[in-house]
Design a protein around this ligand. Sequence first.
Ligand code: G
Ligand code: G
Ligand code: MN
Length: 539
Amino acid sequence: MIKTLSIVLVIMGMFALLSALKSSISLYQRDRRPSTFSFVPVVLGFIIGYILYAAFLSMKPEITFIECVVAVIFFGGGIFCVMIFGVVSQSMERIAFAEFQQRHNASHDRLTGLPNRRFLLKTITEQITDDSTIQQKLALIIIDINNFNNLNEVFSHQKGDVLLAQFSTRLKEYVDDDIFLARSSGNRFTLVLLNPENTNIPAYIEGMQAYLDHPLTINDHDMNLTNTAGVALFPEHGSNAEELLKRAEISMYSAKRIQAPYAIYEPSRTSHFYDQTELAAMLHNAISTMDFELYFQPVMNVQTPNQTTFEALIRWTLNDGYIVRPDDFIPIAEQTNAIKQITHWVLETAIAQLAIWHSQGIFPQVQVNLSVKDLEDNNLEPYLKRLLKTYAINPAQLTLELTETSMMQNPCKAREVLEKIKKLGVSLSIDDFGTGFSSLSILSNMPIDEIKIDRSFVTDLLYSSNHEAIVRSTIYLAHSLECRVVAEGVETEALGQYLMSIGCDKIQGYWYGRPMTLAQTDAWLHESHLVNFRVASQN
Ligand code: G
Ligand code: G
Ligand code: MN
């Protein structure tokens, strides 16, 4: 009886050791470190010892008390080994997990959990240097959330982060598992598609943008984020990861410039691409000589078609003839504060031009864009007052445009500055209305005369019942605040006629006229409109 019990105890001890052996093998398989392998032979050695002792006991007819005690110790030893091994393997797992997390954090973005730029570059490099005989083809698609900086400024960065996380979740839902998706920088995501010849890329992007066109929630408000995509292909558009990413960015920027939803890289564009630092250095020189030009875009006055308005739009032409659009250089000028000098130049050039037209008997109105930084310029109002006096211009001929976002950054200060300017007799207009997430109660306190509905709402008005409702209610709202309403981006007659029928006061867009050089503007005035102006000014 005692003998059987002792043998059972030894065998149970051995089973305990067997389970420890199993765990030590699986730990080694996961971990692959020599230190974890050292458990395996030790435990195996013990098991052999247990088997031998059990065999020894079973061969003896009688066992002594000492042999019985040794059997109990063998059992206890087995259980002890399992316990010790449990503790050791737990702490090994913790170490392994911490190491994994460290590696993961170095290659992933914390907010969205997506691979970061470093991991992205590494992955692209691995794919394109794959030395199999068939060259791997791939497409990089960059997706950049539009106006994200405005959003961060208007809300807080924390709220911006919440939106980014929601946006990335939605993006992850759309993107298949076999496509590598990374957050390549703040508001920019990058997809790596293998074998792009099997995918219709434009259709893929359109599908993705339609899927992303879905309200996200912040502060209990629904908000739609739009995005612009840029595509570069390997091997066609670059030979290394950095070059491919840069070219996908170039195409994304060119899509933004023409307000297209996406663009695929076109090699001919490279010579016209300067990066931010190059542009900043060139801009410094351009400002010292005020090497800019004003274009004028006509705006149609629905009620008084004889009275033409022009929006003055700055252009900067480089030595190679490339025209840099304000969207590309105004943000740089804002960073260096040079924007104040630029605005002073634009105001003086526009007012001097009004004086020249005045001497020809032509009295159009001119609209000038201000930057958010101009609201911090205490010299702006006295400067404007001096200009109006020097050139003897009727202040009612001038309107200043400010974006909704810039007014909302510091509404108190904006109101103070705008009220001073308004006292000069100059009109004020809210540009890009609808894109700035502004509070209507603040807006209704601003001394404004005009609201310009952003072209993103106007362009697809005839096809989007949402946008139609927004435009209609904006017109209603503006009229109840006694403001005029301008629709921007009106490219077709049908759209223009429709906007007039719902009460828009002014129509601006390629349908009525594109931005023109001064010479073209003069020709435009003289050819078709001078007669009207003469008549209008004589009345
Ligand atoms: O002309 P274009 O579509 O490229 O203008 C792009 C943007 O640049 C528009 O938002 C317009 O308001 C802005 N812009 C054009 N001219 C000026 C200017 O003289 N000063 C400022 N601050 N912005 C301008
Ligand atoms: O943001 P702001 O309203 O200042 O922008 C004015 C700019 O809008 C002008 O510089 C002009 O280039 C651009 N623009 C004017 N009309 C149209 C149009 O009908 N379609 C498009 N796509 N852009 C336009
Ligand atoms: Mn404008």
